[in-house]
Design a protein around this ligand. Structure first.
Ligand code: TYD
Length: 137
């Protein structure tokens, strides 16, 4: 997998006088079954999240409020996205290092994940991640 396998996913949006409604369905808008949902909020100005890699995990990262940046790194190339629309998420394929930065104070980041929480899936150390991506080639 490479950063070129990541992509923005434009979700359906129903707008009427009562506001907007968007939704995500497993295996339709995203190529995986959702096993877990977590969310980041109250991120202080200047703080970042992530700074870790994953082996297997696939995710859809959604800026349901505010905006933030996501930098993906496959060990060779990087790609940065700015997420700022609640109906446009970022699909993150397996094997990516990710860094989330530039959170606005109102930002809420919901993450739909393909796996249950598993610390063994994480690379907390950047050099370890880079070695893994080299072995993968
Ligand atoms: P961490 O991986 O540092 O968050 P981020 O992805 O924003 O960098 O997770 C913070 C803590 O929350 C850490 O102790 C692990 C725990 N955690 C869970 O228990 N379940 C989860 O689904 C997630 C994402 C984290």
């Amino acid at each position: 997998m490479s950063v070129e396998d990541s992509r923005l996913v434009i979700l359906p949006k129903f707008t009427d006088g009562r506001g907007d409604l968007s939704f995500v369905e497993s295996n339709i808008h995203i190529p995986f079954e959702i096993r877990r949902v977590y969310y980041l909020y109250n991120v202080p100005e200047g703080e970042g999240r992530g700074h870790h890699g994953h082996r297997k995990l696939q995710q859809l990262i959604l800026p349901v409020s505010g905006s933030f940046n996501v930098l993906l790194n496959d060990g060779k190339n990087t790609k940065e996205y700015e997420l700022n629309r609640p109906n446009i998420g970022l699909y993150v394929p397996p094997g990516m290092w990710r860094e989330l930065t530039n959170f606005t104070t109102d930002a809420v980041c919901i993450v739909l994940a393909s796996e249950y929480y598993d610390e063994n899936d994480y690379f907390r150390d950047y050099d370890e991640f880079i070695n893994y991506t080299k072995e993968r080639l």
